[in-house]
Ligand binder design. Structure first.
Ligand code: HEM
Length: 273
């Protein structure tokens, strides 16, 4: 219906109405570029040693608790976690491409099932690593990532349910929210890099216990979720001014994400592969 309405609108108005969609595409492309770098790092650094059982090689990079000799359960949980990390990151990017949804609905359905499965594995596995294995430095950080895991589980359930009962508008909304929170650990890395570049690392503690660490522990999921919410609301019922403002915000996010992702590649990922 919206498309039919738009086709009757004067050309200038239509072009303006398009800004939100264009900005969303730009933001998606920036996210895709940054997340593909993350996937490349996971595939090149974690996959070869994990699939060949050389778990000790994880510790070639600084980690809180990577491989621990004799801790079979902890090592296996970590192995599944890093293997699934590539699946969810790549899977999320594929799910959001409209052309794939419309041209190959079966790909969308099967990739969607895999995405939800990896979301469950990462959220439950991540909770196990945090609270049972005890992998955390600052309590604020552990609570922040726990909130993220709970949001992932809730949104995964709601996205699946809406698709199951064929409420596709609701499904789209929950799926976008799920993508925002399932990308939180990647947003966190981007956030650290942008902040580090801009301020030289103000408020970052030695044990990730500074004010910025505490802020980012929660902002890594809540900030993308808030931006996603603004985008959804502007798209559904925003005034032209609101749509323009959200389009501007998405454009700014794209720039920040590109800078943070380039930094993450240079500092966090590239040097280890
Ligand atoms: C859903 C998307 C997630 C992705 C893509 C992801 C990805 C990763 C990756 C790549 C690592 C290896 C560390 C590194 O090289 O940076 C890792 C470690 C870890 N993740 Fe996740 N993760 C996700 C969700 C979670 C959640 C929800 C939790 C907690 C509830 C969690 C807890 C952990 C812990 C405790 C470690 C070990 C960190 C260390 O020893 O330094 N992850 N994750």
């Amino acid at each position: 219906m919206a498309t039919i309405d738009a086709s009757f609108a004067p050309a200038r108005k239509r072009r303006r109405a398009d800004w939100l969609g264009r900005a969303a595409t730009l933001c998606y492309l920036a996210i895709a570029a940054g997340q593909l770098l993350f996937v490349a790092f996971i595939l090149l650094f974690y996959y070869p040693p994990t699939l060949t059982g050389n778990f000790a090689a994880w510790n070639d990079k600084p980690l809180i608790t990577g491989h621990v000799a004799g801790d079979t359960a902890g090592n296996l949980f970590f192995a599944v976690h890093v293997l699934m990390a590539a699946v969810i990151t790549l899977g999320g990017l594929v799910q959001l491409v409209p052309a794939i949804r419309s041209r190959w609905p079966a790909v969308h359905r099967w990739n969607g099932r895999l995405y939800l499965l990896s979301a469950l594995a990462l959220a439950f596995g991540g909770l196990w690593l945090t609270w049972i294995r005890g992998t955390w430095l600052a309590l604020g950080g552990a609570i922040g990532i726990t909130l993220d895991a709970l949001l992932i589980l809730a949104f995964a359930g709601l996205a699946w349910r809406a698709a199951h009962v064929r409420r596709f508008a609701d499904h789209r909304r929950w799926a976008i929210r799920l993508f925002a929170v399932a990308s939180a650990v990647w947003f966190m890395r981007v956030g650290y890099m942008v902040w580090g570049l801009a301020t030289g690392g103000a408020g970052i503690g030695k044990a990730m216990d500074g004010p910025f660490d505490l802020f980012l522990a929660f902002a890594n999921s809540l900030l993308p979720l808030a931006v996603a919410e603004l985008y959804l609301r502007a798209g559904a019922s925003g005034t032209p001014a609101a749509r323009k403002a959200v389009a501007g915000l998405l454009g700014l996010c794209a720039l920040v994400i590109l800078a943070g992702s380039a930094g993450a590649w240079m500092v966090m990922w590239g040097p280890y592969i």
